[in-house]
Design a protein around this ligand. Structure first.
Ligand code: ADP
Length: 631
């Protein structure tokens, strides 16, 4: 039979893996066992409703055997098995979804950091780190034919028919030859195998059995002075089989939690936080939740599936039960095990299921409380969390018309212009000056850009802090929060910043000249602006462009990006500082050189537009005006 080639990207990936980018080879066994356990889960679940399976929960097991003379290690299961199509689809492609991302990552410099195995769930292939030849013999439940998949690595694989009596899968690995540095023989030693199972696969809920070589006193020499010993073999279950979440917290080490998470949820980083909870009451359940330490690479794509694994008294019901998590905590991973969930619950029933609803409610509260406590007690960890998932919380505040804002607003962080670090709204309010009326925020592309905004000048001078918002969602978030602890959130571009009036008291004369300037500019600029007003915020700058009404400049940019046809436009208000030299200069030409005065006026609008980070409507015109000044 002709050899089939792995898909091209897979081939490259496999090459890299075999050549051991990943140094912790030990994990191949955990990957193979985990696949076996998943396959058993599937058949076990089927057996609940299909009596033809003919197996009881207690019949399911995984066996490991090592053959030193042939250097083979075999892992067998009596799970669901695969047919030829499954073999083709599952073992012919390496993590198709992850390969693109992988390619990108490889181009980055930090190659050391890449654990392709954990990252892309190329679990099965990790066996090639230790084996030079792999055969998979498998028979799928409900099929008469068994198949053999065979491969010696990156050069391809074959699939042929073969004989196998029982449903299930045998993975037969011929280990690589030893080298000076690497002793692959170790993986044939029972002590090594049993310790790997204990370390990585202890909680697997089916027995992992191995014939263990033991030694005993020969029966006939039992009573003699010189007892003789003999070897014998005895099947032993290597794992304790108690799911981690069923064990008392004190009996589980952090390493065990971490390993469980990394294996189960295919993350190559340890979780940032583990949350365990045991609830008894209207609904009884145990849950073990994890907050990843980094944003999953596919988090913002539709490939990422929100949800928790749902078990009913130890039987896996569903891999990704979405109903257990609110959208704003979709980054949380974990398992929930409840005797109150019925085994044959269907997708359609889930939505109305009272038990699930109740669980979601209490889980949400638990997650929120845990995050609050990290925020309070371990700011550094919280900042890490926030860098990865803060944006999700902000979206949570905005979604459903702000229905979740009361739950989420205390978990938000914003960059403080004064403190030069992230702060909470509560911290902002606590540090507010007595006379300060509002919580101020400014939006822009970066903190540096915001820092240069002319409108901040006066607020800064008064010692008021300003929150710098750089995410697109930020402004929507502020508009949905509206008030925090009775303090209104207010954009620095708002017409009224609530500053004490008396400090800006103008003389009658100033007022008059201001009005004159405003009128002249209004007339000159016409439709280009909605309004021209004397600013209360400017000191050393002549003009600033602000937005009136519900749409800000950042929103204008964002909405037009989303829908270029939409033509959303914020209402532009030109605020002026009539006492500024350039404004005065403009006015001084009114009587002598009207043309020049008008040009100055257009230039000031251009300046204000550029300072607001907006594009000029007519670049050529602006450029000509500047050039005319240089003559
Ligand atoms: P993953 O487990 O992340 O999906 P793997 O490369 O480990 O990736 O396995 C690919 C697929 O091959 C599995 O999803 C499963 O469908 C199938 N598979 C692997 N091992 C077995 C097995 N022992 N029994 C049945 N199917 C298996």
């Amino acid at each position: 039979m002709a050899k089939k080639q792995f898909k091209s990207e897979s081939k490259r990936l496999l090459d890299l893996m075999i050549n051991s980018i990943y140094t912790n080879r030990d994990i191949f066994l955990r990957e193979i066992i985990s696949n076996a356990s998943d396959a058993i889960d599937k058949l076990c679940f089927k057996s609940l409703t299909d009596s033809n399976v003919g197996l009881e929960r207690s019949d399911f097991k995984i066996s490991i055997s090592a053959q030193k003379d042939t250097r083979t290690l075999t892992v067998s299961d009596n799970g669901i098995g695969m047919d030829s199509e499954d073999l083709e689809n599952n073992l012919g492609i390496i993590a198709s979804s992850g390969s693109y991302k992988f390619k990108q990552e490889m181009e980055d410099k930090d190659k050391e950091d890449i654990d392709i195995i954990g990252q892309f769930g190329v679990g099965f292939y990790s066996a090639f780190m230790v084996a030079k030849d792999i055969t998979v013999i498998t028979k799928k439940y409900g099929c008469d034919t068994a198949y053999k998949w065979h491969s010696t690595g990156a050069d391809g694989y074959t699939i042929t028919k073969c004989d196998k009596e029982n449903v299930g899968t045998d993975i037969i690995m011929v280990l690589k030859d030893n080298t000076d540095e690497d002793k692959y023989d170790d993986y044939l030693e029972q002590y090594k195998l049993s310790s790997l199972v204990k370390k990585y696969s202890d909680y697997i809920r089916y027995p992992i059995e191995m014939e263990m070589k033991k030694s005993r006193v020969k029966e006939e020499t039992k009573d003699s002075d010189k007892p003789e010993y003999e070897d014998y073999f005895e099947k032993e279950t290597l794992n304790s089989m108690v799911p981690l979440w069923q064990k008392p917290k004190k009996d589980v080490t952090q390493e065990e939690y971490n390993n469980f998470y990394m294996e189960k949820f295919m993350d190559y980083n340890q979780p940032l936080k583990v949350i365990t909870t045991s609830v008894e009451g209207v609904v009884t359940y145990k849950a073990m939740l994890f907050i990843p330490s980094k944003t999953p690479y596919n988090y913002f794509t539709k490939e990422y599936k929100k949800g928790l694994q749902l078990y009913s008294s130890g039987v896996l019901i569903m891999d990704n039960c979405e109903e257990l998590l609110p959208e704003h905590f979709r980054f949380v991973k974990g398992v929930v095990d409840s005797p109150d969930v019925s085994l044959n619950i269907s997708r359609e029933m889930l939505q109305q299921d009272r038990v699930l609803k109740q669980m979601e409610k209490t889980l949400e509260k638990k997650i929120k409380n845990e995050l609050s406590s990290v925020l309070k007690k371990d700011r550094e960890t919280y900042e890490k969390f926030y860098a990865s998932f803060g944006i999700q919380l902000k979206y949570g505040c905005v979604s459903d018309f702000g229905a979740h804002k009361n739950d989420l607003q205390d978990l938000l962080l914003f960059y403080s212009g004064k403190e030069k670090k992230n702060i909470t709204l509560a911290e902002y309010v606590d540090a507010m000056k007595e006379e300060q009326k509002y919580i101020y925020y400014a939006t822009g592309e970066s903190a540096e850009a915001i820092d240069r905004l002319p409108v901040l000048e006066l607020l800064k001078e008064k010692g008021y802090d300003i929150l710098y918002l750089t995410d697109e969602v930020d402004e929507f978030c502020m508009q949905s929060i509206i008030n925090y602890k009775d303090k209104e959130l207010r954009s620095v571009l708002n017409d009224d910043l609530g500053l004490p009036e008396d400090e800006n008291k103008e003389t009658e004369e100033e007022k008059k000249s201001g009005e004159g300037t405003v009128n002249f500019m209004k007339e000159t600029l016409g439709e280009k602006v909605s309004d021209v007003v004397v600013s209360k915020k400017l000191k050393s700058y002549p003009v600033v462009l602000t937005a009136k009404g519900g749409v800000s400049f950042e929103m204008e940019k964002y909405l037009n990006q989303m829908n270029p046809e939409g033509g959303v436009k914020a209402q532009r208000v030109l605020e002026i500082n009539p006492n500024h030299e350039t404004v005065k200069a403009m006015m001084s030409y009114i009587d002598t050189d009207m043309e020049k005065a008008k040009n100055y006026c257009q230039l000031l609008l251009g300046q204000a537009t550029l300072m607001a980070g907006l594009e000029l409507e007519n670049t050529a015109e602006y450029s000509n005006l500047v050039l005319s000044l240089m003559k």
